[in-house]
Design a binder for this molecule. Sequence first.
Ligand code: ATP
Length: 242
Amino acid sequence: MSTQMLTVEKLCASYGAAQILYDIGLEVGRGEVVALMGRNGAGKTTTMKAVMGLMTQSTGSIVFDGHDVSGRQPYEIARLGLGFVPEDRRIFSDLTVLENLDIGRQPPRKFSDGVAAPVWTEQKLLALFPNLGEMPHRPGGRMSGGEQQMLTIARTLMGNPLLILLDEPSEGVAPVIVEMIANTIVELKKAGVSILLSEQNVHFAELVSDRAYVLEKGQLRWNGTMAELADNIDIQRAYLTV
Ligand code: ATP
């Protein structure tokens, strides 16, 4: 049985007449953290939306945990255990931390080969995110951007996902929180969570990722191990923010 969690082939996507993605191919293995890298507008968010079934105009093949999900509806894909943490942090501002977490709750899951996926509880998540643990009754609207980002990740984990798409978790949050988020991703990896991470900052990606794919203008320009990318200044200068 394959331990591939996500296999994307020849993915193309458009907004109206504007084609944004051209023949993207990528893979995420079980337990891997893979960075999808590129500057603003390279197509990272569009790739994640297409994988999640949110791009109405897209073609290509997307296989998630052995299921062909190409052309499936977002709710069907979510139900199979694909978690998406969008860049714009959609928490409920009137609800408290605990209430926001409760909304994400779904039963424990198994991978298609019968192996149990990591199981998350509120207790475990408040320990993993000590900031949230200190403010269980605070309304979402009264939290900082970084705390909201953590809450969005924690709420997605409450769904016991098999794989998480994490869209630019370091974007617009204070450096101290960026470091905490990086540490948390490392902890998630240790717990066996598989993650496809969108990121433009090579230093952040290097802290947490096993492998990387580099996009420019909706096309895949490079892929390899994160260590190779961290050493490859030419690729970084050409396609990333350094
Ligand atoms: P960012 O870091 O800015 O989110 P990104 O790599 O995630 O960058 P995308 O958001 O996927 O990039 O955008 C890729 C391209 O698609 C950009 O040229 C952008 O202008 C275009 N685009 C994004 N959303 C739309 C939309 N709703 N309608 C039309 N074009 C869009």
